[in-house]
Design a protein around this ligand. Structure first.
Ligand SMILES: Nc1ncnc2c1ncn2[C@@H]1O[C@H](COP(=O)(O)OP(=O)(O)OP(=O)(O)O)[C@@H](O)[C@H]1O
Length: 744
């Protein structure tokens, strides 16, 4: 063990079978709690913090997995104050360190950082202080450096710094090595960093200095990789730990105070800015928040537009990798002081950003991983916060083109679309299912002390959605028509984007579309009466949502084409298309087999209202987003068996019948016409699909009230025997039900 004098095994936490580090009877507990209150202003430990602090005080090697914003920092910062010597914290991002150090210095803790961009003078000063510490030559006025933050790159390259650490170790002044974001060690993790792999040297150089690895995401394979790379011993349970081994702690991944919602994204960018500004002014006029954007340019545009749309009431700032370091630090300060309220940022802003009172995070995400991760920046003080995902079906085309070349980009986008299209299943359960599948993290990680992983959260948009706000529609015929159209377009070597396909399917008789490429491009006619017996009798919004659902269910699939200027995503018949398309129109109508999805129920607004829309109109889907009261309705414990064992029914002829329980679609876009009005407009002539315009005199919108709703009647579905579609199984892991998603 470390040459430091630790209170090892002095406490009363040692049980017969092992040490229960969650116990509060350790000798150091009063000291920990006193400093926690005095320095950090925190009264009580949360999640597994107490156990981790105890194991830390006991000089154990530790792996701690806690959700983003859970409070990992306290688990090493607090013990560092009560342990002689300096704790080394390896952290991947300079913004992360800057933020942490600002906090610590404000609290009167001696914390420093050494990175590639540290000035020579500062570096010399820090090293001189550490040297004095190592040589035990600190004067009565000198204060020990308690926490020294470094980047892995710095550690890998700077041998003189390593030698200084060795001196500290020899003097018993090297308290601990903390590796933050430890999943970066593993090439199996989503954020592998080569310099993290070099950290294996630390155990060789400092065999007696305890190591602590922290992460918010650590599936079993990544955990094994971390243990191996860092040279740690096998893990032992923090509640019942053997005297040897790496003490392992984990906390539920679900944070109750985060309210997840998917909101409709208007078709036009200008309208999206207005929608966001309105949302902020109505629900969070004085709160801090983050708007995550895709590109650096977007961050600047959004920041400017939010200011503009709110007549400068929303004070915005910009953060992305291209912002100069000095400006970043200024932004951090302004944000923390509240002179900037809303940061418009790329994902570069986030890791380690520790501002407790972020009350909302707005996303336009391309993956559930991103949405979940970035949502973690909200509500770190434990108070309620909103995590909004803006979505519209056309995101498939725009985001799909961006992610087409990314590893797993398509499957991640599909998962995100499925999440966004879902009007019924609790968001927490959706996350739990998705992450247990995609990261092989046990689904029990989503259980809290009082709630099972598969219990409804009772406060997300789907849990609070009014049953009057959506309809279940039989779209068997519409789906058949769409597939007929795509088959015909494919036969003639044409291509249609989601928007073009929706317009074409909706046009009264048909339209034209492009066939061929470049100079050989020509127009082809498509007569809907001939191809599929007429136009699809759904609104264009509903058709767009239906297209996404058909894509998710593999009746359609994407075809990506890269031009000199841009990537374009087309929709073409998918692997399951033949199952539906070979039916005759008449046989679809016999009612025996149905394809049903949920759609948001539209309501009609008078045009005058839409133009002079007043803040607070309860009918506006973008306004009634927050339940009037945060009070969660009595938790409805769904029957897990009923909840989870939905399986796609497959009739004897092989058509998938999708029950409404989890295959729903919603139509959220505003400013669109209804079928009847649209039909009246374009009967007489054919127009190219790109030119079709669905503007109409009345505005159709959708109710967006999130009232308490009854649980949907559970339906059972048989297994989808088609390749690639996950199946669900449940078994028990301890007291928890474990859901396993597998593909045939
Ligand atoms: N026991 C507690 N009670 C109340 N607030 C706490 C507690 N522990 C930590 N916090 C606060 O929670 C916030 C998040 O803590 P922290 O930055 O350590 O999260 P984290 O787990 O490191 O998240 P990330 O993975 O994003 O870095 C901080 O503002 C911190 O002060």
């Amino acid at each position: 063990m470390s040459s430091l004098v630790h209170s090892k095994n002095k406490g009363k936490g040692r049980q017969k079978s092992g040490i229960d580090y969650m116990n509060d009877e350790f000798d150091w507990m009063a000291g920990l709690k006193g400093r926690m209150k005095a320095v950090f202003g925190i009264d009580n430990f949360r999640l597994c913090q107490q156990g981790v602090c105890n194991a830390n005080m006991d000089a154990r090697d530790i792996v701690c997995v806690m959700p983003t914003g859970g409070g990992k920092s306290l688990t090493y910062q607090l013990p560092a104050l009560l342990t002689p010597g300096c704790t080394l914290v390896i952290s991947p991002l300079i913004s992360l360190m800057t933020d942490q150090i600002l906090h610590l210095q404000e609290a009167g803790v001696e914390a420093v950082k050494l990175t590639g961009s540290t000035s020579l003078a500062e570096k010399k000063e820090v090293q001189a202080r550490l040297k004095l510490q190592a040589e035990r030559r600190l004067g009565p006025e000198d204060r020990e450096i308690k926490l020294c933050y470094v980047t892995p790159e710095k550690l890998a390259k700077d041998n003189s710094f390593l030698s200084l650490l060795q001196k500290l170790d020899s003097a018993g002044k090297f308290a601990r090595i903390v590796i933050d974001e430890a999943h970066c060690v593993s090439h199996l993790g989503h954020d592998f960093r080569p310099d993290y792999q070099k950290l294996h040297r630390l155990r060789q150089l400092f065999p007696n200095v305890p190591v602590m690895a922290l992460s918010a995401t650590c599936p079993p394979a990544v955990l094994q990789d971390i243990i191996k790379t860092l040279g740690l011993r096998a893990v032992v349970d923090g509640n019942n730990a053997a005297a040897e081994g790496t003490v392992y702690f984990s906390s539920p991944l679900y944070r109750k105070n985060l309210h997840y919602k998917v909101l409709p994204k208007p078709a036009k960018a200008e309208d999206t800015y207005k929608t966001m500004a309105k949302y902020i002014l109505e629900h969070h006029p004085n709160d801090s928040g983050i708007v995550y954007c895709f590109t650096k340019k977007d961050t600047e545009t959004v920041a400017e537009k939010l200011r503009e749309c709110s007549q400068n009431q929303i004070r915005t700032g910009v953060y992305h990798a291209g912002v100069a370091d000095g400006s970043k630090e200024n932004l951090h300060k302004a944000w923390r002081q509240g002179t900037v309220k809303v940061v418009c940022a790329t994902i570069a802003f986030g890791m380690g950003i520790d501002k407790g009172d972020v009350r909302f995070v707005l996303h336009h995400s391309k993956s559930l991983e991103g949405y979940y991760q970035e949502s973690g920046r909200a509500g770190r003080d434990g108070r309620p916060a909103d995590c909004i995902l803006y979505y519209r079906p056309q995101d498939l085309s725009t985001i799909g083109a961006i992610t087409a070349s990314e590893k797993d980009g398509q499957s991640k986008l599909h998962a995100m679309l499925e999440f966004a299209e879902d009007l019924k299943e609790c968001r927490k359960i959706q996350f739990a299912k998705y992450f247990s599948h995609s990261t092989e993290t046990s689904i029990s990680s989503w259980a809290t002390e009082d709630e099972g992983a598969l219990d409804n959260c009772a406060h997300c948009d789907n849990c609070t959605r009014s049953p009057e706000s959506f309809d279940c529609k039989d779209v068997t015929l519409a789906a058949w028509q769409i597939l007929k159209i795509t088959a015909e377009v494919q036969r003639t070597r044409g291509k249609l984007t989601l928007s073009m396909l929706a317009s074409l399917a909706k046009s009264a008789k048909g339209g034209t579309y492009d066939v061929g490429k470049g100079k050989k491009k020509e127009k082809a006619d498509l007569d809907l009466n001939v191809v599929c017996g007429g136009p699809v009798e759904l609104s264009k919004d509903d058709i767009e949502h239906l297209l996404v659902r058909l894509l998710i269910k593999q009746y359609l699939q994407e075809e990506y084409q890269q031009t000199a200027y841009q990537g374009i995503l087309y929709l073409v018949p998918g692997p399951f298309s033949p199952q539906l398309i070979h039916k005759s129109r008449e046989s679809l109508l016999d009612g025996r087999r149905k394809l049903e999805f949920l759609f948001n129920r539209p309501f009609r607004k008078a045009k005058a209202n839409s133009k002079t829309e007043k803040a607070g109109s309860s009918k506006d889907p973008n306004q009634a987003t927050i339940p009037a009261k945060r009070k969660a309705p009595p938790r409805t414990k769904r029957s897990k068996a009923n909840d989870l064992l939905f399986e796609d029914e497959e009739d004897e002829e092989g058509i998938l019948i999708v029950p409404d329980s989890d295959d729903e679609s919603g139509s959220w876009l505003t400013n669109r016409s209804e079928p009847s009005r649209r039909a009246g407009k374009s009967n007489s002539h054919r127009i190219p699909v790109e030119e079709m315009n669905d503007d109409d005199s009345d505005e159709v919108s959708y109710e967006w009230s999130h009232n308490l709703r009854d649980d949907p009647p559970a339906k059972r579905r048989r297994s989808d025997r088609n390749k690639g579609i996950p199946r669900t199984n449940i078994f028990h892991e301890g007291d928890n039900e474990v859901l396993v998603l597998s593909s045939d």
